[in-house]
Write a protein that binds this ligand. Structure first.
Ligand code: PMP
Length: 446
């Protein structure tokens, strides 16, 4: 057989194997192992270009090039990314970075990193359990625990790995995870790793959760409900009191991923519980990241001492991974101290986010469920349109990321605006004027 024909056949077979229906059958996860290859031809399985992931990428690129769109991903920022950022040698108004309180690039935070490097070097050179422990880790964890009035906290080197490792370790096949349908990928991957049964409930809908609990609680041992403090695609927040009361009634655990809520929600930026006026110990597992407000990289779990001790000794992504470098821990701790001392930054973030939301709505833009707290989407209806608008704004000195399928359903593709306390009203007016003009032009029949 001619080589290119053979290749096409192999690709078609690989595509059939990874069809959406196959993915559906496995709950959106990887297809079941195949039954082998009696014909003895394994080229499909050794050629990376036949991998469904590569096929998906190739299709995306073909589609974009047919529509004359440039790739909106992997843009290079040449300095600190805050309310403005330098790309291609030019200063942009920037809405694509979650530097919510402006602490990444703050001279005091930078100095904390420099001091830490001077004292500890650039690596702790071992897992924390076996000689990687430094005083700065303990100081950071104590400060994180204090945010929630929790007994203890543990910091991992990655936010994503925090969820994967914690869920993968805590739960097993006799357990059930009930999660908001918009929950972050890291919680899905962690649940998958654990072998627990997984069921989504409708976004921010306690009634939908209640129906699942009533129907399934009794069939499982541990049941964990996972929600987020502030949803990063939609900029909305759950009603914590209602979720907490359900988990109590049905004797389950409640976990809140505060990645985007810390520093953003509540008057002092303490997150969802402050925003909702509830007690922090209504939540069993507080999870958060150091990569947003805390100007670093990594994640944490805060909660009871037994929970945290278990994770410190046994969570694979902690135990079998190097300790957080001091020059990451120290600036995160500094940012946390500054956040406590400077509630005016949180107030500025609230004011400017509220301004963005109000001005966008005044112009008739679709901001979905956003409550106007640091994350505001403008929903534009399809992925090519979102990518086109991103390009048009970029051409006028504004950097914002399109969020396209499959990250969100195709008909709710959007531009997602991250606000920082350093944005100004003028920057927002200019951005929204240009966006509205672009949308009007796109909707004008030619
Ligand atoms: N949880 C949520 C809700 C997130 O948005 C993210 C990613 N930004 C993570 C966890 C993972 O965090 P990190 O990027 O710090 O690894």
């Amino acid at each position: 057989m001619e080589d290119s024909t053979l290749k096409q056949k192999l690709l078609a077979r690989a595509r059939r194997r990874s069809s959406p229906r196959a993915a559906e059958a496995t709950g959106g996860e990887r297809p079941a192992p195949s039954t082998g290859n009696p014909a003895g031809d394994y080229r499909t399985w050794t050629d990376f270009t036949a991998h469904p992931g590569y096929q998906h990428l190739a299709l995306m690129r073909q589609g974009a090039s047919r529509l004359g769109l440039t790739d909106p991903f992997f843009k290079v920022h040449e300095g600190t990314a805050g309310a403005t950022s330098t790309l291609e040698g030019q200063t942009f108004i920037n809405f694509a970075s979650y530097n919510y309180l402006g602490y990444s690039g703050d001279p005091r935070v930078n100095q904390a990193a420099r001091d830490a490097v001077e004292r500890y070097g650039t690596s702790v050179s071992a897992s924390r359990a076996v000689s990687g422990e430094r005083p700065i880790h303990q100081a950071l964890e104590q400060a994180l625990a204090d945010v929630y009035g929790a007994e203890d906290a543990v910091a991992f080197v990655s936010g994503h790995a925090t969820n994967v490792s914690t869920l993968g370790y805590l739960l097993g096949p006799r357990d059930l995870v009930l999660h908001d349908e918009y929950i972050h990928n890291s919680s899905l991957v962690g649940t998958q790793l654990s072998g627990a049964k997984r069921m989504p409930f409708k976004h921010n809908d306690p009634q939908s959760l209640e129906a699942l609990l009533a129907r399934h609680r009794h069939r499982f041992e541990r049941v964990l409900v996972i929600i987020e403090g502030l949803y990063s695609m939609d900029g909305d927040a759950p009603d914590l009191a209602r979720f907490a009361s359900l988990k109590k009634h049905h004797e389950a655990w409640l976990m809140v991923d505060e990645a985007h809520a810390l520093g953003v929600l509540g008057e002092r930026g303490r997150g969802l519980y402050e925003h909702c006026g509830t007690a922090p110990d209504d939540v069993d597992i507080w999870m958060g990241t150091l990569s947003k407000t805390l100007a670093g990289c990594g994640g944490y779990i805060a909660g009871s001492r037994p929970l945290v001790e278990m994770l410190r000794y046994f969570a694979p992504g902690f135990l079998y991974s190097v300790g957080m470098p001091a020059q990451v821990a120290a600036p995160a701790l500094k940012a946390l101290e500054l956040m406590r001392a400077e509630p005016e930054r949180v107030a500025r973030l609230h004011a400017i986010s509220g301004y963005f939301l109000a001005q966008a709505q005044k112009r008739g833009l679709d901001t979905g469920y956003s409550i106007g707290a640091a994350v505001v989407p403008v929903i534009v209806g399809n992925s090519p349109q979102a990518t086109r608008l991103c390009q048009a704004l970029f051409d006028q000195g504004i950097n914002v990321q399109p969020i396209v399928y499959p990250a969100v359903p195709e008909n709710s593709a959007r531009l997602r605006f991250f606000l920082s306390c350093d944005h100004t009203q003028e920057q927002i007016d200019r951005t929204l004027d240009i966006l509205q003009q672009q949308l009007d032009d796109a909707n004008t029949p030619r």
